[in-house]
Write a protein that binds this ligand. Structure first.
Ligand code: FES
Length: 123
């Protein structure tokens, strides 16, 4: 929180991130640089469980990145790709929210939530 206040005082704009729910409703939030997309969602009441807390074991942080934004993200690791192969509702632009780190360049990022998440830790 102190960093947020400092950035505000320095008039450094925080990246704006838009989440689109499965029902199509859109919500936009300010995000702290360095946080993960999962953390941004959780801090703002978005339905992203993050059961494994970013260890790439559950896939409950699955998001679908807007087509325009997908190529601007850091590429997925092989471990992330392997986990994504197992998720419900896989799309070409699917990513794990715990693996997307917010940077200033991601101001305006738009992601959608899939209709359901699968917790791969449940066996
Ligand atoms: S929080 Fe479990 S894979 Fe992202």
């Amino acid at each position: 929180m102190r960093l947020r206040r400092k950035l505000f005082r320095l008039k450094i704009p925080l990246p704006q991130i838009t989440f689109i729910d499965a029902d199509g409703s859109r919500r936009q939030f300010e995000a702290m640089i360095g946080d993960t997309l999962l953390e941004v969602g959780q801090e703002n009441g978005i339905d992203l469980e993050g059961a494994c807390e970013g260890c790439m074991a559950c896939s409950t942080c699955h998001v679908i990145v807007d087509e325009e934004w997908y190529p601007r993200l850091e590429p997925s690791s092989e471990q992330e790709k392997d986990l994504l192969d197992l998720v419900f509702n896989l799309e070409r632009t699917s990513r794990l929210g715990c693996q997307i780190y917010i940077t200033g360049e991601l101001d305006g990022l738009v992601v959608s939530l899939p209709r359901e998440h699968l917790n791969l830790q449940d066996g």
